[in-house]
Design a protein around this ligand. Structure first.
Ligand code: MN
Length: 318
């Protein structure tokens, strides 16, 4: 269930009354989660709030340039708790699963409205786009470093302004952030196009196993591939986005083995097949064109089940 954002002033009021604010997002944070957290965090700090950025794990390599680790802040249990880019409270770090969330700002259509105040806009390209809009509405100044982080969120979630949810409003927001000092060229390059030697070797190993099954294209990253390539991240080194650019498929799937009994699965759709519905069958979620789930099964069994259900969902659409 989603709620249409309505009362942005109510949110401001709650934030104004708080001394300490904790910003949190989902585990295995992507560019939008990190950009929204850092962007809103820096802006609220400049506004006089004591802010804790609840990064719980090592960030994916490509986003480390934006990390404000030394400025993470300190956690207070009295803190106002704001969730950003998080569709489901169960996707937060464990410590926060049972906590009362005060504010939930997100753009996932599958958002479960788990907070006291929910501000969910599924039409926004990124949570960073919503955060920017709110800061403007609230008259809270956006420092250059905050603008840069927010622009990174928009750039990564729209894969460089090329997903269908990129609107004129998205571009105006990006232009505004540039005016505030965000560096489009550097941020684009660092967050989207730069890649490491290890990631390139990992791509090679995974692409060597590329399969085509009807209108589905899929491949696998195994723990062994990660070890062989020397790639230290648990993420997919952005391979999913490359798979989605292959013309000869409606749906692409990446199976990213995490350990013997756990696989992270990412779906991308090039047509009106809604992969968020498929991911939901496995307890995951996301957007119609990009979704994911973490499946607690061995790799081969995961592959078999996922391909079976994906095919069924595709044939129901066609
Ligand atoms: Mn997002």
């Amino acid at each position: 269930m989603t709620e249409t954002p309505s009362n942005s002033q109510q949110l401001l009021h709650v934030i104004q009354n708080a001394t300490h604010v904790t910003l949190i997002s989902h585990i295995r944070p992507d560019g939008d989660a990190i950009g929204s957290l850092v962007g809103m965090g820096l802006a609220l700090r400049a506004y006089g709030k004591d802010v804790f950025l609840a990064f719980e794990e090592t960030l994916p390599q490509r986003f480390r340039f934006i990390e404000e680790k030394e400025k993470k802040g300190t956690y207070s249990s009295e803190s106002l708790l704001i969730a950003l880019d998080c569709a489901d409270q169960k996707r937060m770090p464990k410590h926060f699963h049972e906590k009362k969330v005060d504010i939930n700002i997100d753009h996932h259509a599958t958002n479960e409205s788990f907070a006291a105040i929910n501000y969910v806009d599924p039409n926004a390209s990124a949570t960073a786009e919503i955060v920017t809009e709110l800061l403007i509405t609230w008259n809270i100044p956006i420092p250059a470093a905050a603008a840069n982080a927010l622009l990174m969120g928009i750039i990564t979630d729209t894969i460089g302004f090329r997903t269908p949810n990129t609107t004129p409003h998205t571009l105006k927001t990006a232009a505004f952030l540039m005016e505030k000092g965000a560096n489009l060229t550097d941020t684009y390059q660092q967050a989207l196009s730069d890649t490491s030697w290890e990631a390139s070797i990992l791509w090679g190993l995974a692409l060597n196993k590329l399969q085509k099954d009807g209108n589905i294209i899929y491949t696998v990253i195994t723990c062994e591939d990660r070890q062989k390539s020397g790639f230290t991240g648990r993420d997919d080194a952005d391979l999913t986005n490359f798979l989605s650019s292959i013309q000869d498929a409606d749906v692409s799937i990446l199976f990213n083995q995490q350990d013997e009994n756990s696989v992270k699965v990412s779906w991308r759709s090039r047509t009106d097949i809604n992969v968020a519905n498929i991911a939901a069958e496995f307890g995951g979620g996301g957007h119609p064109a990009a979704a994911g789930a973490e499946i607690e099964l061995p790799l081969q069994l995961t592959q078999r089940k996922v391909l079976e259900i994906t095919k069924t969902c595709i044939s129901n659409v066609n």
